[in-house]
Design a protein around this ligand. Structure first.
Ligand code: HC0
Ligand code: SF4
Length: 567
């Protein structure tokens, strides 16, 4: 409680944790590399310095406010220091900006311009460290690292993994993996959350844009796209639209313009997943075995479970993720329908996620010797392709998906948000047991950005206990409680990224959770507008189950839509 004076203006403290938050309230944005509201305060970059009467210069992110403080944000000293810090960072930075993946979206570049840094008075960097591109999801260029430590704290605090840490001292300080191993050799789950906080080009997604162009421009290939649920509420941000703008029809139109042969929807496969996973769940409930059932659509979570909890793999749903069910349908059936060999059809998926790149190259997901999903582009990579092709995205007339793999229910759409898979299963199971007589089922307790959501629902006279977690650190806490007997559930949904896929490592960069909340809102608004609300009401999915797969629970369905985990 109390108040402070900032630049001559009185501001109520009202629960603010630090001066940086209070300064924002008077409409002044202080520069910072290392401050993120969802991470611990590190106070290392010192850019957010302010002058406080009787205290002198302090880092505003790590200084709590106290009643009567008099704060100045723009003084001769703060100006001089900010410029100097930026110059020092730039002096030690590989300044090949025009060819950097983060050119024009780099925070260092942006702040250098904003603070008028037009010369660097210090010597230039003389060491060149090797780039690590061993991972199929993430590229690390240590020459671009400014040691803000954001990736270190993200991986440790939100994912509980601690893949990155500081090593060496003084001028030789680096952020690196344990023993400097290549990223593909350590327990990284490919989630890309470290990329989302990296202010420079030090961490980026491994681009597959060139492979995608090659396929599109090859006349002997039929190129089939699938678009994940969360992509449609974020891609517009790359073209300056507000966070959470729904751009589904524009994405389809743009893909047709750049030469996609068919544009399909991952939503169709998400409905298929709901049906398969719900049947599996009901089967386990009946037998009372292998409970809780853990969802299996997040490849970051699946890899984590394989590494850290192999004893739980029997509890993980055998369903392939929607991305992989889709790829399997394309290579096993759709190719034949259009008179092609699986190798003549290139399946490209567009995902909000860097771990989907890893999932798609897993050796178990192949048909007749070729990958089911050949190329995985992130949301940002697809936007890049539209830019390269000169597409005036914001002026496009929307277009519709192709059939028969272009339709999904509202329940498939909400897969893109944490809690969506669980709600879809609840919608299916409630509908199924009541003979589908009932209308809409909206299941609010599992919605929202919280890291852990618990809910109970009564279905067919049985009380189902459900949990939804996002962020692997939250998942780990929950697993410990389950293992210690402090919690028990019938089903658990796990997504590695905060807020679920909408917050994936392949999404446009966002500075705070507000943008993620907007994306989340749009997902549920789109669901509200959908005519078809439950997976079982998707007539295309029912057609595919009956005509292509030989009915629910058939051997074909089992082979093509499920997987086995080898501990
Ligand atoms: Fe997701 Fe998915 S919802 S993981 O977040 O389940 O990436 O958007 O595509 O596969 O559908 C990501 C998003 C998907 C899959 C679907 C699931
Ligand atoms: Fe950690 Fe995820 Fe980055 Fe891997 S991708 S280092 S698990 S934050």
């Amino acid at each position: 409680t109390g108040q402070v004076i900032i630049d001559g203006q009185a501001v109520e403290i009202a629960g603010a944790k630090n001066l940086l938050e209070l300064v924002r309230r008077i409409g002044v944005e202080l520069p910072t590399f290392c401050y993120h509201s969802e991470l611990s305060v590190y106070g290392a970059c010192r850019l957010c310095m302010v002058e406080v009467d009787k205290m002198g210069l302090v880092a505003s992110c790590s200084t709590p406010p106290s009643d009567g403080m008099v704060i100045h944000t723009n003084t001769a000293r703060t100006r001089r220091l900010r410029k100097m810090i930026l110059e020092l960072l730039l002096a030690n930075h590989d300044r090949e900006c025009p060819t950097c993946i983060k050119n024009t979206s780099c925070k260092l570049q942006k702040l250098a311009k904003q603070y008028g840094v037009n010369k660097i008075r210090f010597g230039s960097r003389d060491i060149k460290l090797p780039i690590d591109d061993s991972s199929c999801s993430i590229v690390k260029d240590p020459n671009k690292c400014i040691l803000c430590g954001d990736c270190v704290r993200m991986c440790k605090e939100i994912q509980g993994l601690g893949i990155w840490d500081f090593a060496f001292r003084g001028r030789k300080t680096q952020v690196t993996t344990a023993f400097g191993k290549e990223l593909s050799e350590v327990s990284c789950i490919n989630c890309g959350q470290c990329i989302t906080v990296c202010p420079t080009g030090a961490l980026s997604a491994k681009s597959e844009v060139e492979q995608a162009w090659k396929a599109i421009l090859d006349p002997s290939k039929t190129v089939v796209f699938q678009i994940a649920p969360a992509v449609r509420v974020a891609l517009g941000e790359e073209f300056g639209l507000p966070a959470g703008s729904a751009v589904t029809g524009k994405v389809v139109a743009a893909l047709k313009k750049i030469g996609a042969d068919r544009v399909f929807d991952t939503l169709l496969a998400a409905d298929l997943t709901t049906i398969e996973e719900s049947m599996e769940f009901m089967g386990r409930m009946k037998k009372g075995e292998k409970l809780p059932l853990f969802t299996s659509c997040c490849p970051g979570w699946v890899k984590y479970c394989e590494q850290a909890h192999a004893d739980l793999l029997g509890n993980v749903s055998s369903c392939r993720s929607p991305q992989q069910m889709f790829g399997s349908l394309v290579k096993n059936h759709y190719a034949r329908v259009i008179g092609k060999e699986p190798g003549e059809v290139v399946c490209i998926s567009v995902m909000p996620c860097t771990a989907k790149k890893f999932e798609a190259q897993r050796p178990e997901f192949t048909t007749a010797g070729v990958r089911d999903v050949d190329i995985v582009l992130t949301t940002v990579e697809l936007a890049q392709m539209f830019k390269e092709a000169g597409i005036v995205f914001n002026e496009l007339e929307p277009a519709g998906f192709d059939n028969p793999l272009g339709m999904g229910s509202g329940s498939a759409l909400i897969f893109g948000a944490s809690g969506g898979v669980m709600e879809s299963v609840v919608r299916f199971v409630s509908g199924y047991t009541s003979g589908n007589e009932i209308g809409r089922i909206d299941f609010y307790p599992v919605r929202g950005m919280q890291g852990l959501k618990e809910a109970e629902v009564e279905v067919d006279g049985q009380r189902l206990k459900l949990a939804v977690v996002n962020g692997i650190a939250n998942a780990e806490k929950l697993i410990q409680r389950i293992k210690n007997g402090e919690a028990d559930y019938h089903a658990v949904e796990v997504m590695a990224c905060p807020g679920g896929c909408i917050g994936g490592g392949g999404q446009p960069e966002v500075n705070d959770t507000a943008a993620r909340v907007q994306r989340l809102k749009t997902i549920y608004n789109l669901d509200t507008m959908e005519q078809v609300h439950k997976a079982q009401d998707n007539i295309y999915v029912n057609h595919i189950i009956n005509q292509w797969l030989g009915g629910t629970g058939s051997t074909t369905a089992h082979h093509e839509l499920h997987t086995r985990y080898v501990p």
